[in-house]
Ligand binder design. Structure first.
Ligand code: GAL
Length: 371
């Protein structure tokens, strides 16, 4: 080969990005050869590194016997175990005692305070899913250890911004309905019957995510009102509490597993229906302003098993750093009989007519799909 052609070929090949192959649904070994144990997770990009936080799950139990794990990566494919970021504790008086339910942890970084803040869905020990609380923990270091601060039901004593005077003042209560799912019950639910019920004690908070907008404002999005209605609530400047400003989204729509991203100034949220560990069809919600109005669109999944979100349930949408309009839909394929074995379904978000579309890939290259 001519010397110059050789140099040009060498330069061209060195410019081509190293492949970063994602194989959804397979075992994903960490640096120690163990399947990544970070379920219902989310990712924070900090100091040129991706940090993946998720639920540690056991062989037989989905409850929290260890806590929130953390893994780090530079390429989103090879993951180094950073150990446990937040431990559940032996102290039987603690909200996060061993055996509680601690799900869908998410971590954000507060520029003003320099602290890392973790939110998660918390259910108290042996109380099923009745507590419906959010838990908050904080750390000076991204990988932890995180210090548990408190758990509560958000926005006690505040009305949603988008609830009308009439809805706030209605005297209809859930006790008025011996039966759920009737037309009257649905209307009352849509009109905020459960929001009123929980006004004083705080709103129920189960499946959740966090979102930090371009202006640094952070939001907590959670399944509320018996999982019937999503709430989107503003966090305080230090991200450690709720300000009390919030809206209801898709009242009575039965949405779980919220995951959100922003593209060209529009907000897109992908959610699931409510069928426990069993998968169902995803939904899409779109808004030009985070405070709404939010409009619902059909399932963004296409192709085989689209009606089951490819046998998975979303947990987070990750913007790939350094690439324009590159977002990864992160989902869990739950295996409740052997929770530790649950798989990760990560798929690129494609766009058609300005709307997100999800297609199945047996394997895909992050650097090839997102150029
Ligand atoms: C799912 C939820 C999971 C977990 C599970 C328990 O619907 O998304 O995070 O709470 O129910 O059955």
């Amino acid at each position: 080969m001519n010397y110059y052609i050789f140099i040009i070929a060498l330069l061209a090949s060195s410019c081509r990005a190293v492949p970063a192959i994602v194989v959804p649904g397979e075992i994903w070994p960490d640096d120690q050869g163990r399947h990544v144990n970070a379920h219902g997770g989310g990712i924070l990009y900090h100091d040129n590194t991706y940090y993946w936080f998720g639920e540690h799950k056991g062989e037989r139990s989905s409850s929290a016997w260890v806590g929130v794990t953390c893994y780090s990566s530079h390429d989103l494919v090879s993951w180094t175990s950073e150990g446990v970021a937040l431990f559940v504790v032996a102290d039987t008086t603690s909200d996060i005692r061993e055996g509680c339910v601690l799900e869908r942890p998410k971590v954000i970084y507060n520029q003003k305070t320099g602290k890392f803040v973790m939110y998660f869905h918390l259910e108290l020990f042996r109380r099923g899913y009745s507590a419906a609380r959010v838990g908050v923990a904080v750390s000076d270091r991204v990988t932890g250890p995180y210090t548990f601060l408190y758990s509560y039901r958000p926005c006690a004593g505040y009305w949603p911004v988008n609830m009308t005077e009439e809805q706030r003042n209605s005297t209809i209560t859930p006790g008025d309905f011996p039966e759920w799912w009737t037309d009257e019950w649905r209307k009352a639910t849509n009109d905020g019957m459960f929001t009123r019920r929980d006004f004083e004690g705080g709103q129920m908070s189960r499946d959740m995510t966090l979102y930090v907008d371009d202006d640094g404002k952070a939001y907590h999005i959670y399944s509320s009102e018996e999982n019937l209605t999503l709430h989107l609530a503003e966090l305080s400047d230090d991200y450690l509490s709720h300000t009390g400003k919030y809206i209801r989204i898709a009242p009575g729509g039965h949405n779980e597993a919220p995951a959100i991203f922003k593209k060209d100034g529009r907000y897109f949220m992908i959610t699931s229906g409510c069928t426990g560990w069993a998968p169902n069809a995803a939904r899409l919600h779109v808004a030009d302003n985070i405070w709404g109005p939010w409009t619902e669109y059909p399932n963004p999944c296409v192709g085989e098993e689209a009606n089951l979100t490819f046998r998975s349930q979303g947990t987070y949408i990750l913007p790939v750093v350094g690439k324009k309009n590159a977002f990864i839909f992160m989902a869990d394929r739950w295996t409740p009989r052997r929770p530790i074995d649950a798989r990760y379904i990560w798929l690129p978000i494609l766009f058609e007519n300005g709307l997100p579309v999800l297609k199945w890939y047996d394997r895909w290259d992050i650097n090839e799909v997102f150029r």
